[in-house]
Design a protein around this ligand. Sequence first.
Ligand SMILES: [Zn+2]
Length: 414
Amino acid sequence: MSTAPTVTVIKAKAVIDATGAKPIENAAVIVEGSIIKAVERQGQIAIPEGPHVRVLDYPTGYLLPGFVDAHTHLIFGVQGASYEEVIDGDSDEIMLLRAAKNALTHLQCGVTTLRENGARNSVTFNLREGARRGYVTAPRLMLCGRPVTQTGGHFYWCNQEADGVEGVRSAVRQLVKDGSDHIKIMASGGGTAITDNRRASYSVEELRAIVDEAHNMGKLTTAHCLATQSLINALDAGVDMIEHAGFIEPDGSYKLEPTIAERIAEQGVYVSPTVQTGYRQREVLLARQSEGPLTPAEQKRLEGLKAKCESQLDFLGRMWKEFGIQIISGTDAIAIFGDYCLGLELMAEGGMSNMDVIKASTSVAAQSIGVGGLVGTIKPGMEADLVVVDQDPLQDIRALRSTTMVMRAGEQII
Ligand SMILES: [Zn+2]
């Protein structure tokens, strides 16, 4: 007896396929198993019928590809706690449980593909194995495992410190052996206690060795770059993506350097500016300030967050408009999971059109992490990673929060 594949017909007011084409009005998408078979206007397509066909009808809904979050840290997600409090306080087992919860929370808000940019030991590899076995439900996971960092560098407690050309080469080989899909490089300090975000880490020779070794094994690279010098070093080394693009000068000021931005565009390097980091913390402090005076330490923190948030938004807009850099959405989720759409709203505020924001969070993001042939657009042959929102995101980007359906590989999640 042959069993017909399960067919799902999804009808929607419009399909925004994220190729940049105009929306298809009154559309139907036919999904067979996990694969999109057809997308057309209703009436121009034969709608399959029979007991194996399930119809999902969203007469007021807008159907889009599932979102891609190009930058997360699944072991965190503990609001109000510092990196060190989490790292010192929690075992790998607790981190794994939290990672599973965070992954599901993100999936339920529409993130069907998630690129993980740094976790301790083998926590995320175990999460992926658990998802493969069906123990947990998670987005499609693209993992770096542990980030490569110099001794005492940003995220050193993930336990992949490596120094020198030979040291970093063997670290990359170890990571690929353990299951890394891409290599995350800490090219400057960051928010960890003993590092300095104004200064570059690693020599260009070390960075080149990492990139060379990763590319030799068919893996993409991405570099955390807050310090301006780290951007230059990462470009010299030929990385594929830059995280944050902080443009922080040695004196701590923020200054977008046009010659560097031109190089990013020329070399076709994607930038994931993670604009939302610090934004919610700033909101909390601003709310507190409206109730009464802040302590001097809180005041200093608020000033720092204001400068950071403002420069990030300004740099995002300029990188996009003035320099034509490919911008990608990434939450850098550390405090909160499931707050994905905030970053999209900020990208629109920074000057990107709503369609450009949609592409930066779906098709272009998928390309940037090497899965553009699999997900990120709604076309026949692609995996059925889909979301339905109940208002028009081309009119108002906040509509992307109104998720009413999420499907991953043909499986309806909500
Ligand atoms: Zn990060």
